[in-house]
Design a protein around this ligand. Structure first.
Ligand code: ATP
Length: 198
């Protein structure tokens, strides 16, 4: 079974591609969603977060106080790195366990910070999804009802899109000229073929 990463900058269309692949029957692990769930459910991770960021990290009912944590790491590179150094290994371990329970020619791990988090290691191939910055900003503004400045701030936490695509084995162009679906189905066929050659 091939393990394939799927990444791209904010608003590039990773989730859109992942949903299409799911329709084609491919199991998808959504790393960002999993990380959020682990912060609420993984006792060891919860203890670590409380130790480093204080009791306020969780509400009395044990649910993560997302706003508080976001305010602590906002504009504080060291604290953001500390948070990531706790959450990313827990998510990588959780993904490994998920992989071992899948039975499919290939599986997808979708993550915005695949390279930044070190979770690209151990994957057979990486798919990048790319779109021009202006298109990404517009799509995220429409999706999340946020300002262009807010989107640009989120983009600043990620490595440069051009560099990211250079690190990928396959690149899907999700701009306003190339059709996305034919690219996804062609890549799906290619990955099925490669899984049979394993
Ligand atoms: P994030 O990193 O923020 O999670 P993402 O890379 O997963 O973003 P998506 O959520 O898939 O990106 O796409 C961003 C928005 O753009 C969504 O609202 C999606 O419906 C829309 N979108 C994606 N691809 C296209 C397209 N080819 N044409 C029009 N809209 C698109």
């Amino acid at each position: 079974m091939l393990k394939i990463g799927l990444t791209g900058g904010i608003g590039s269309g990773k989730t859109t591609v992942a949903k299409v692949l799911e329709v084609l029957g491919v199991p998808v692990y959504y790393a960002d969603d999993a990380a959020k769930e682990l912060m609420n459910k993984n006792e060891l991770l919860k203890q670590q977060l409380i130790f480093h960021f204080g009791e306020e990290t969780y509400f009395a009912d044990g649910q993560l106080n997302r706003k508080y944590l976001a305010s602590v790491v906002f504009n504080n590179k060291e604290k953001l790195e500390l948070l990531n150094s706790l959450v990313h290994p827990a998510t990588i371990a959780h993904a490994q366990e998920w992989f071992s329970n899948q039975h499919s020619p290939y599986v997808i791990k979708e993550a915005a910070l695949l390279f930044e988090s070190g979770s690209a290691d151990g994957l057979d191939y990486i798919i990048g999804v790319t779109a021009p910055a202006a298109v990404r900003i517009k799509r995220v503004m429409d999706r999340d009802h946020v300002s262009a400045d807010e989107v640009k701030k989120r983009m600043a936490n990620q490595i440069d899109e051009t560099l990211k695509m250079k690190l990928c084995d396959f690149v899907l162009r999700n701009n306003e000229q190339d059709l996305l679906l034919p690219q996804v189905t062609a890549l799906h066929e290619e990955l099925i073929k490669r899984s049979q050659q394993q």
